[in-house]
Design a protein. Sequence first.
Lengths: 177, 177, 369, 369, 251, 251, 78, 78
Amino acid sequence: MNHRCMFAGFGGQGILSMGSLLASSGMMAGLHTTFYPAYGIAMRGGNANCTVIVSDDEVASPVVSHPDLMVVMNETSFDFFQSWTAPGGWMFVNSSMTEKPVERNDVRPVYVQATRIATEVGDSRMANMAMLGAVIKVTGILPFDTVLTAMVKTCPAKILHLLEKNKQVFANGYAAL
Amino acid sequence: MNHRCMFAGFGGQGILSMGSLLASSGMMAGLHTTFYPAYGIAMRGGNANCTVIVSDDEVASPVVSHPDLMVVMNETSFDFFQSWTAPGGWMFVNSSMTEKPVERNDVRPVYVQATRIATEVGDSRMANMAMLGAVIKVTGILPFDTVLTAMVKTCPAKILHLLEKNKQVFANGYAAL
Amino acid sequence: MSERVLLRGNDAIGEAAIRAGCDCYFGYPITPQNELTAYMARHMPELGRIFIQAESEIAAINMVYGASAAGARAMTSSSGPGISLKQEGISFLVGAELPALIVNICRGGPGLGNIAPSQADYFQACKGGGHGDYRMVVYAPATVQEAADLTVKAFDVADRYRNPVLLLGDAILGQMMEPVEIRPYAPNRPEKPWAVGGKRQGRAPNLINSLSLEEGVVEEWNWKFKAKFDAMRREEGMVEKVNTEDADLILVAYGTTSRICRAVMKRARAQGLKVGLVRPVTVWPFPYAVLRETARKTREFLVVEMSLGQMIEDVKLSVLDHAAIHFHGRPGGGIPTEGDILEIIEHVLVRRRTGTVTTRGSVIDWTIS
Amino acid sequence: MSERVLLRGNDAIGEAAIRAGCDCYFGYPITPQNELTAYMARHMPELGRIFIQAESEIAAINMVYGASAAGARAMTSSSGPGISLKQEGISFLVGAELPALIVNICRGGPGLGNIAPSQADYFQACKGGGHGDYRMVVYAPATVQEAADLTVKAFDVADRYRNPVLLLGDAILGQMMEPVEIRPYAPNRPEKPWAVGGKRQGRAPNLINSLSLEEGVVEEWNWKFKAKFDAMRREEGMVEKVNTEDADLILVAYGTTSRICRAVMKRARAQGLKVGLVRPVTVWPFPYAVLRETARKTREFLVVEMSLGQMIEDVKLSVLDHAAIHFHGRPGGGIPTEGDILEIIEHVLVRRRTGTVTTRGSVIDWTIS
Amino acid sequence: MEMKIVAERTKLWADKPSPYCPGCGHGIVHRIVCELLEEMGLADNCVFMAPVGCSILAYTFLNVDVCQPAHGRTPAAATGIKRYRPDTFVVSYQGDGDLAAIGTAEIVHAASRGENITTVFVNNAIYGMTGGQMAPTTLPGQKATTCPDGRDVKAGMGYPIRVCELLRSLGGVAYLARTTVHDAAGAIQTKRAMRKAFETQVRGEGFSLVEVLSPCPVNWGMGSLEALRFVGENMTAYYPPGEFKVSGAEV
Amino acid sequence: MEMKIVAERTKLWADKPSPYCPGCGHGIVHRIVCELLEEMGLADNCVFMAPVGCSILAYTFLNVDVCQPAHGRTPAAATGIKRYRPDTFVVSYQGDGDLAAIGTAEIVHAASRGENITTVFVNNAIYGMTGGQMAPTTLPGQKATTCPDGRDVKAGMGYPIRVCELLRSLGGVAYLARTTVHDAAGAIQTKRAMRKAFETQVRGEGFSLVEVLSPCPVNWGMGSLEALRFVGENMTAYYPPGEFKVSGAEV
Amino acid sequence: MAKGKIVVDIDKCKGCELCITACRHGVIALAPAGRANVQGYRYLEVIHPERCTGCAMCAQMCPDAAITVWRESGKGKA
Amino acid sequence: MAKGKIVVDIDKCKGCELCITACRHGVIALAPAGRANVQGYRYLEVIHPERCTGCAMCAQMCPDAAITVWRESGKGKA
Ligand SMILES: Cc1ncc(C[n+]2csc(CCOP(=O)(O)OP(=O)(O)O)c2C)c(N)n1
Ligand SMILES: Cc1ncc(C[n+]2csc(CCOP(=O)(O)OP(=O)(O)O)c2C)c(N)n1
Ligand code: SF4
Ligand code: SF4
Ligand code: SF4
Ligand code: SF4
Ligand code: SF4
Ligand code: SF4
Ligand SMILES: [Mg+2]
Ligand SMILES: [Mg+2]
């Protein structure tokens, strides 16, 4: 296996934590994994993105130009990154933020009402976890439980009080598809 | 021919101008020549020295560690540089400034009352020219006239009024031996 | 406690430095190494150690000079332009025989360039960016794990030789997160009776200095330094060889490009092409002997760099005429692709040099000019 | 008026720069190049040109950057430590494609070292002391005459390629006086439509810059620079060959050491030993091809440097395994003596490598490690 | 009744979005600089020296000659240009990291030499471009990535440097003022001071500098209005606006 | 009647001639520093930071630990030492080229951070070690090899920098004074100011600096007495002696 | 009729609201949430054109030079 | 008898005369021309020992720490 994933959206949408959670989960599953964020001034516009590779072999470059798993959390990212997805790859769209249809027919679109799912349980900032749940479910990259364990293990102290809600949102995202 | 000369003394004794006059004279005589001064902090103690090479072949390094023509204008230089003179070389001593005898018997000492000769015509600061006259005479490195011409040609404007006296001192130094 | 955690390269270097007993960190912001400075800002003070955001890279390296003179384990980090500014300071550290760790997380140059990964500071690191005859051990880790491990080693080696050590990474190494085991390091920290400061209690004064105006003294020092450099050459070289025994072509790469080459090697092997990899872990001392040895059997070498070709001169110095050397390089922040590298391998091993290689930055049968 | 005058190297460089149309000099005092700065202080203002004693070497190189950006012929000079401080600025000049002349009158290092002659800044000059992939033409004059002539040429070459040029001398070259003919130079000064400043009168704005954050742009620039460097390699190399046709041993040296080697060659020839000399006048581009060619016939090479051995790597890259390479070097301000060099020649040619060479800094059959 | 345009986009500003974050003070200051260059007829003759900092991106949208030197060396490079081409109008734009940290020597000496250039110094109390590190002008207690618990002057993180107060004693300084852009009155005052500074250069009186207190909402982690308030309340309290030197005399 | 020694060679001074020229002010200042280190019991604990400048040679005859960093970076290196070993007494000795030219950024920031070190700043209005170039403190009209017709401030050679006036606004500065050694009264006053500066460091109050106006007869091309007069008349006129800051408060 | 008038270059606007704080007459406001320009920002809208005095305070504050202001003539350029 | 006394470390002296300017009592002077110490300098001599007050002004000025001063006791170290 060799999953090459990209996550993109606004800075506030937890793009980096969603990516690093996937990477941590991969690590805990004993797989090779890298996480590579856009950094520097690229961040400044308010957009964020990162790439994650989960593989059963060593990872060469962590840079991913053509992800086979693309996750876009808002419309700007949708517009910008649609064309980057590798032919045959997944394209997960946060359909709470954009209703534009994927215009390519060589990718597999998946629409997830991530923000809505998140707001039902917690708040919109948990949309990343809803989306990750859906991604896990549809792609089967990693088992549900592995990600949940990783979430608990890596949860920073200062947002520990939000952990339960995050778990719930993740589960709901998983269940939604 | 290949004359490797060193001039040493106090800063105020015109050590560098005596060396560069010899070098200029060599140049005008169509010979290869280099002039290399002690520089930097080495100058600070108030002592100065330089080395001059006059040769009918290209000059390799202008640095001279064992001159075959050593000129010392004061006692400090005498003490310091006596041992540097190459075996068989000349050692010119300004005997107005030191009466110490040269202790080596493998060098040819020449004592010149340079400062006295200079004061007789001009002032003590012209001792360098008196000495140079003597050097030219004894060693025959270059013809008297060549040096005189060079002196005229290279004389800086602001000491032009001293030129005649310098020439006289040079001639007297030449005549003294 | 050695547990695997997901760490960013910059953070891993910081954490490893702390575990190596780094007493003082002095830095100045520059992308792509900012997280390292920020990591030290967060963690050094809480351990009672010194963190200063200096007014410049020059101040930082000179603070390192002072702290090291006083016996500290001291470090600084920067990228391209900032490392250039430290060249005088690095030369002074060598001249005064002061240990230190300098981290360069390279970016695209020359000039301000960009903040993309690059390996174009190889010459500066290995041949002497500063003035005078000097050498430093230069580590070029390829993984975050190795970055951490070599950081610890670097402090020990710096102290052993009383000489600065450079850790050379690129933006990818600095920014990427990978699983790391932060091991229970046992740094080897010698006494420093030569250090200045503290109660003298009767000992003769110590002097930290690189100047002498007495004739011949600086030359003597240089002979002494040369003996140290020779010892480093003998003792400190590190290199990884993979599949070189039966190789028809050997890839030579360090750091991030070596990861790409490793993947290429696997793909080539899968196609039945006998490709090996030599990865210098220290780019100085360079593994000349290892490469020379492999060139006895292997006739084709392919050097891959994120530069216009710098390490390739050292490969040539190893291999000489005994094998053909090819090159693929991307300057100014470009990252070589597996496909481009594979194309050269196929050109050489499969197409037997027929047809052309179309990728920019590729040279078949490289010669120096 | 071309008349022979006795000039100090530092003064000759200054006078030649003025005759080459140098508009702006920016410097900072450091021995052994102080006379050059003083010369410019005396003569530039009286010609209505710009002289500034900058607050530091860094300020000086950045003043050069500004003046050159505005279209001036600009220069700076320094020595070892000061040149190290200019490395960022040099890399910026290349990145922004700005012509400039940088003079390094080397002294003994590393660190503050001393003020004696040295050639230990060769690596820094030729391989890249600053960050990023870049190259500059590096002239290494051996006489005061050549220092003057190459200074003039350097300005032309810098303008032609829009790239800095370095003049590499040692303390002997800077301090020594020799007869010089200051020729009626005809500098070749191109239009600079790219310069900033002055009335724009409708033209599109000009930009002097080395940064781009757009993906791939800096890489493109680097490819363009590479084309320039390749053109310099083809066009700008200069080398002197003496007695190489029948030589059994070839001395390789530049600058001051080449003078010493020339004398040694004559002495050796007088003894009936067939010794030749290859003197790189540009140390970058290095005369790889010329040396490679001579190695077809000559089997022994002796490299002499005032360093621990830097240019020798380039000689090895030329000669490879085709001839034996020997070395004599003196670091930290030491000056090789004719006798020591001759001893090696005799060891190789007369004693056929029997017996030992006792001089420090000599290596028979040098190999890299 | 007829209407006249009283404010519009300056012609020196290209028809595309600026590269700065929403609510960034650089935009306001750029706008003022451009307006003045146009109004004073200096645009065609101007070299805009961009520092290393967010405003390095000025070249992407300003229609003037731009020269971009190494970090902190802007005043030295500006010196090179102005000396060689005294007929050129030089705006030397710098941020607080560029001017008051790495470039301290260069600004002090350009000022001391009385270089006939105008420095526009945007003090936003942070390193914007590199993502929010402590600047020499970061206020005591203010947080940044390299002082995560706030700048602690007693812990040796340095006191904020008051640049105008630092430079006022230097002989070559002809005009020196500090303004803010936290409200429209401040922006108008900024333009007025900048005009005086530009006139100082036009008259050849020597070095002029206007320090502008300016928000960096993104790296302060604030909304843009909150950031304006921070400038108006906290920054102006530590950095009193006003004129320090006019025509070479202290005021 | 019995006699007591009231002045003698300090024990920190080796039994050999100093490396300085006859009549050089460095000797006087070194002597004062050494006397105080001895009298205040600080010698055993002291690191003397030698600059790049004539006084780099301090190590050749002073019996204290010496650390000698790169030109102008003395305050940065002193910072490194003092932070790591706060129990050490750090004397950071600098010349005017070292401190006020190449090292401007380092002194401003060490002062601004309030580094608990004492800077001894010997202002001799010239670059001594390199043979007499113009320094940032060279007086208007004064000649040097790089201003052969005298420093012309109007011609852009820069105004002499008054270092105490430059540094006084900085928060971290605890003690700041200027003295001269052109006569015995000045030397006594210098010792008094230096003692206060040392005490400032001992008490941990922060950065202290004493600027000493000092002769360089050799590079001024003067006899040693003439040089003293130049300090007493010309230098003190431009650089007024006095205390600028005591215990962090301006005076 | 209002004494002044402004026109917003919507696609340049970044929705920073600096102009809004400067306008003492409540003329302007951000577009409702969800409405964004090409850059993706909520942009400035004129909500009470009749109140505009043409004082140009809004333009003084705009970091993106997105506002053009007209004023009844006779007063000249600000 | 004089209240003070000085001893000059002749071989450290560089003949700069700074001490002489400091002594208000004419106690000291340079050795006659031609007399030089090991360093080659005319050195300091005490010419009027009887006038010495032990005020130590000379020592305050000496850049070469070449002067030791004694003073009648009861006054302590300066
Ligand atoms: C020599 C060097 N050091 C560091 C950097 C990284 N760097 C880029 S911008 C910057 C500082 C930006 O802060 P400031 O000057 O305040 O400008 P702002 O972005 O806040 O406007 C730094 C440190 C660099 N490019 N070059
Ligand atoms: C980087 C660098 N630049 C320049 C020099 C040369 N240099 C040595 S001492 C000195 C200045 C000396 O002047 P100052 O600091 O006033 O000390 P002084 O000798 O007058 O006491 C200079 C420029 C150097 N050693 N290193
Ligand atoms: S980071 Fe700060 S200074 Fe930079 S553009 Fe954004 S708001 Fe402006
Ligand atoms: S050159 Fe000047 S400062 Fe240096 S030792 Fe001599 S008199 Fe003193
Ligand atoms: S011109 Fe004045 S009244 Fe009109 S919108 Fe702007 S600030 Fe408000
Ligand atoms: S100030 Fe400008 S950018 Fe900000 S909201 Fe108003 S019009 Fe838009
Ligand atoms: S102690 Fe006083 S009186 Fe005696 S010699 Fe010295 S200065 Fe003169
Ligand atoms: S001051 Fe000292 S060195 Fe100078 S003359 Fe007097 S005793 Fe000699
Ligand atoms: Mg800022
Ligand atoms: Mg000085």
